[in-house]
Design a protein around this ligand. Structure first.
Ligand SMILES: NC(=O)c1ccc[n+]([C@@H]2O[C@H](COP(=O)([O-])OP(=O)(O)OC[C@H]3O[C@@H](n4cnc5c(N)ncnc54)[C@H](OP(=O)(O)O)[C@@H]3O)[C@@H](O)[C@H]2O)c1
Length: 318
């Protein structure tokens, strides 16, 4: 990596060159906010979405940020260097999507995945050895209602960035840009804590809400013992990864959240779309196996959800 580049912080939003791989609920919202803030944004997507975005821009409806349309460039493949690339596809789409991001064009840009899960970090670091890969986690509720049309529902967008020490100035620079746009951004140097902190919440919620096909309130009432068991199991794996999770505190968080809250895995399953089961539940099981930790409840839930998914695929019309 160019040493000068690694020691300088991010330029101002105006003139910042950003690529967004996967302009959906998360990516479309960030692309819109960055473009409105003056960044030069290129969305990378399939042909139809790319040509629509190129012509019409990204339309965002948000109680927090207002309703606006921001002009972006869009392409099927990155052809010019950028300062930052946000990776915002679903985990199930990542393998196919990275073909749009040639390593030689990306060079030593900041590469910031905001996907849920942990396993995408290895894939991205292997594929982009020169890039400055920084783990990120995002808390938001934002939906791609149609290509290029984004509805942002949560009264906040919270991003956690976890740059390794040598990338700290560039991570802080990106954090400053995002804060300036109105996002809540925290920076930690503990990548495992950022990723496992999110997974410790998400895995129990996503697995049980999808298994029960119901929102959080129903899960809390009907599946409380399993919720506590999965929290304890995932936090055991997190501990083996060097991350301490407050199990009791997490149950309190589940008790305080609105009963109507749904997980995106549950919504995807209900709509017959592929889910991030492997990136969330499968990843927890694979890490547990690496550490020799048994996760009986998580394993049963993931196994049953995998079986349901295979049955759905077999019965889908051809
Ligand atoms: N949405 C949220 O509120 C939220 C909150 C926290 C975390 N997350 C996480 O953020 C990640 C993204 O979720 P999301 O909800 O934003 O997903 P999404 O709305 O489904 O957006 C995915 C986007 O990726 C595009 N895409 C699909 N295949 C592609 C490919 N091969 N190349 C380029 N682009 C491709 C889709 O294009 P089309 O528009 O053409 O379909 C879509 O715009 C997930 O890991 C999710 O768990 C989401």
């Amino acid at each position: 990596m160019d040493p000068e580049r690694s020691s300088t912080s991010m330029p101002d939003t105006a003139g910042l060159r950003v690529a967004v791989l996967g302009p959906g609920g998360v990516g479309g919202l960030l692309a819109g906010l960055l473009a409105r803030g003056g960044a030069d944004v290129t969305c990378l997507a399939g042909r139809e979405t790319a040509s629509l975005l190129d012509e019409q821009g990204v339309a965002v409806r948000s109680a927090l940020f207002g309703d606006f349309v921001a002009a972006v460039h869009a392409a099927e493949r990155l052809t010019e260097p950028v300062d930052v690339c946000l990776v915002t596809v679903k985990a199930t789409q990542l393998e196919a999507a990275v073909a749009r991001l040639p390593a030689d064009v990306l060079g030593d840009a900041l590469l910031v995945p905001l996907l849920n899960g942990v396993e995408h970090m290895t894939l991205l670091r292997e594929r982009y050895p020169r890039a400055a890969v920084i783990a990120g986690a995002i808390r938001v509720e934002s939906t791609r209602v149609a290509p290029g049309e984004i509805r942002h529902d949560s009264p906040f967008v919270a991003v956690e960035l976890a740059p390794p020490a040598e990338l700290s100035p560039r991570g802080e620079g990106l954090a400053a840009v995002l804060r300036h746009l109105g996002l809540q951004v925290s920076v930690t140097h503990d990548e495992a804590a950022a990723l496992w902190g999110k997974l410790a919440f998400l895995a129990p919620f996503a697995l049980l809400s999808t298994h029960e096909a119901a929102p959080l309130g129903v899960v809390r009432d009907r599946r409380r013992a399993e919720l506590a068991a999965v929290v304890a199991e995932v936090s055991a794996v997190a501990r083996a990864e060097g991350v301490s999770i407050d199990d009791r505190g997490l149950i309190d968080v589940f008790d305080r959240l609105p009963p109507t809250m749904q997980s995106s895995m549950q919504r995807d399953a209900a709509a017959g779309r592929p889910t991030e089961l492997e990136a969330i539940g499968g990843a927890v099981l694979r890490r547990a196996a690496r550490h020799g930790i048994a996760l009986p409840v998580t394993e049963r839930l993931v196994g049953e959800l995998r079986a349901r998914q295979s049955a759905d695929v077999r019965s889908a019309p051809r």
